[in-house]
Design a protein around this ligand. Sequence first.
Ligand SMILES: NC(=O)c1ccc[n+]([C@@H]2O[C@H](COP(=O)([O-])OP(=O)(O)OC[C@H]3O[C@@H](n4cnc5c(N)ncnc54)[C@H](OP(=O)(O)O)[C@@H]3O)[C@@H](O)[C@H]2O)c1
Length: 334
Amino acid sequence: MNALRVGIVGATGAVGETLLRVLEERRVPLSNLAAFGSRHRDAAVRYGGTMLDVRSTTGEALADRDVVFFAGGESLGEAFFTDLAARGIYCIDNNPTFRLRDDMPLIVPEINAETLEARHRILPVGNCTAIILALALAPIRDVAGLRDVVVSTYQAASGAGRAGLEELDKGQRALALGEREDPAVVFPAPLARNVVPQVGAIDADGWSGEERKVAAETQKMLGLPELAISATCVRVPVRTAHAESVVVRTERPTTVAKLQAAFEGAPGLRFHREGIVTPRDVEGSDDVHVARLRADGSEGTRFALWCTGDQLRKGAATNAVQILELLIARGYLG
Ligand SMILES: NC(=O)c1ccc[n+]([C@@H]2O[C@H](COP(=O)([O-])OP(=O)(O)OC[C@H]3O[C@@H](n4cnc5c(N)ncnc54)[C@H](OP(=O)(O)O)[C@@H]3O)[C@@H](O)[C@H]2O)c1
């Protein structure tokens, strides 16, 4: 394989910065890496020991890339992506735009790598909360089938990007110093010393955008379009890593012991038989961590668990880089 020319659009953002780090850590064979944003800046992001310029994002500037990661730039519009794809450029896209399109896969390599086909050029990366949930549900699906899922989330501020982190930091600082807080802009209510039960806009039926994404995208990742998933998405004053409290009903009876064995053998998962695991424990980890597995009732068809994962890594950058690794492993990149 020829060494790759890779671009990152949104390299200055929370996901883009993590992409730079993950590409370096995993030693992906790149001949050339170029960083892009909404405008030009000299020596603005670091890759390895080198500072890279951030270039303004245009179709022309991306034309010589083999692969482009998108971590922002949704406002560029669909045609921008389809034009690049028509030129044969692989677009690994963290934006929500294409995730539910029937003609595009929603790849979580540990769960559904077989959905990648040679013809695909636009490869959406799923919603971070849904990726974490799908990884925690896949072993249960394989052991006993899934009938329905109820999930409540505890989502970190960095899920709303750099601006979300800054708003949390400023609010916490103001409260600690006894100063007046700025009004909330990124979040629908102040996040410091609070929890906010709304992530995304609320629709006419009362569901938030994030809740809709979690349900629809998890169904697609698991290949279970009829699976009933009821999500309540909540923002909490944590910097990084989402957590989720999950209750599932299975199709067939099973046992905690069988599920424990399945979790322990599942790729991309770390199962904790004892104790708890918190978002701070998993910052920087590429795995989804599952703990507190327990049977709910005696029929063997209801179980509760806790899961948490670094949403900037496995929920975004790591999953995106794993998709590139899959393209390389399949020999699709020349
Ligand atoms: N944060 C998460 O946990 C997470 C997880 C999964 C998926 N995502 C998705 O990943 C994407 C990036 O999220 P983020 O949290 O990293 O956001 P962020 O911290 O706000 O960063 C946004 C990035 O997009 C760039 N950008 C904005 N408009 C652009 C344009 N017109 N052309 C080119 N670049 C543009 C910004 O560049 P400038 O610095 O030049 O403005 C910045 O680098 C979003 O679609 C988000 O939904 C985020």
